[in-house]
Write a protein that binds this ligand. Structure first.
Ligand code: ZN
Length: 254
C-alpha cells in the first residue's frame, strides 16, 4: 500500500466526515489513516465512530477520545470542551467506548510511518505549532515520516537530520503550509512531520474540512479542502444542547 488518505480531529462532525470520505473515494487511495480526536466538541460522536471504525485501517487515540474513556483527563480541558466531553460520555453506548478503548496512542506502518495524535515524544500531548516544537518532536521520531494532528492546522515540517536524539535548533527545521490541492514534495532522505489539518473543526481561517493524501510512490503530501454543510452541523449541535460557541466557530474556521 503506497497511497494513504489521512484524516484527523473529526470532533463528531458527521457532515464534515461524510464530505471528507466522498472526496477520499475520488482520490483512489489504498487505505485511510485516522489520527484521533474522533469525538469531542461535536454533535454526532457515535456515528462518526461507526464510520471511522468501518473505513480506517489505522486509527490512533486522541486526547479527547482518551478523556471520554477516562474522566480523570477531563479537568485539563477548557469549560466548553469539558461540557461537550461529559455529554459525549453520557450518550455513547458501551460498543462505542469499546471501539475507542481498542485504539492505541501510537501505530507504525512498516518502518516508514509513525501515526500519533499529538507528538512522537512519548506522553507529551504537546502541540507541534512551529519549528521550535518540531525540534523536540524530531528527537523522538524513529521513522522517516510522522503523521500528526492535534493543532487542527495543516503543516509540514522537515529536517535533514536523520539521527534520532540529535539536538536540533529551529534553523535545522523547514516549515511549509500546504495549499489546497498542491502537493508538497517530501525528501525520502530526510525526516518529515505531516499534519493533514482538521476534518471537523478547522482552525486556520478556512472553514472547509481538511484532509490529506500521503503518496509513497512519488513522496508527496497533498492537503485537500472540502466544503460541507456547516449549517447542518450547527443545527445538530444546537439540538443536542451543546455550547453555542462550538457551533459558531465552525463557520469561521477558528
Ligand atoms: Zn482536536
Amino acid at each position: 500500500m503506497t497511497r494513504y488518505a489521512v484524516i484527523s480531529d473529526i470532533h463528531a462532525n458527521l457532515h464534515a466526515l461524510h464530505a471528507a470520505f466522498a472526496r477520499i473515494d475520488e482520490l483512489e487511495v489504498d487505505d485511510v489513516i485516522c489520527l484521533g480526536d474522533i469525538v469531542g466538541y461535536g454533535p454526532d460522536p457515535d456515528r462518526c465512530l461507526d464510520l471511522v471504525t468501518r473505513r480506517c485501517g489505522v486509527s490512533v487515540m486522541g486526547n479527547h477520545d482518551l478523556a471520554v474513556l477516562d474522566p480523570a483527563y477531563v479537568a485539563g480541558f477548557n469549560v466548553t470542551a469539558r461540557e461537550a466531553l461529559r455529554w459525549t460520555r453520557d450518550i455513547l453506548e458501551p460498543m462505542h467506548l469499546d471501539a475507542l478503548n481498542r485504539m492505541r496512542e501510537l501505530e507504525y506502518i512498516g518502518r516508514t510511518i509513525t501515526c500519533v495524535h499529538d507528538n512522537p515524544l512519548p506522553c507529551s500531548m504537546t502541540y507541534i505549532y512551529d519549528q521550535q516544537a518540531a525540534t523536540l518532536a524530531f528527537r523522538a521520531l524513529t521513522t522517516p515520516i510522522a503523521l500528526v494532528g492535534h493543532t487542527h492546522l495543516p503543516m509540514v515540517f522537515e529536517t535533514r537530520s536523520t539521527h534520532v536524539g540529535d539536538a536540533l535548533t529551529p534553523g535545522d527545521v523547514g516549515a511549509h503550509v500546504p495549499r489546497d490541492g498542491v502537493p508538497v514534495a517530501l525528501d525520502p532522505a530526510a525526516r518529515t512531520i505531516c499534519n493533514p489539518g482538521s476534518v471537523g473543526q478547522p482552525r486556520d481561517g478556512d472553514p472547509r474540512a481538511s484532509l490529506a493524501v500521503l503518496d509513497l510512490d512519488d513522496w508527496t503530501f497533498t492537503v485537500h479542502r472540502v466544503r460541507y454543510d456547516i449549517a447542518a452541523t450547527q443545527l445538530a449541535s444546537q439540538k443536542r444542547g451543546l455550547p453555542a460557541v462550538l457551533a459558531h466557530r465552525l463557520a469561521v474556521g477558528a
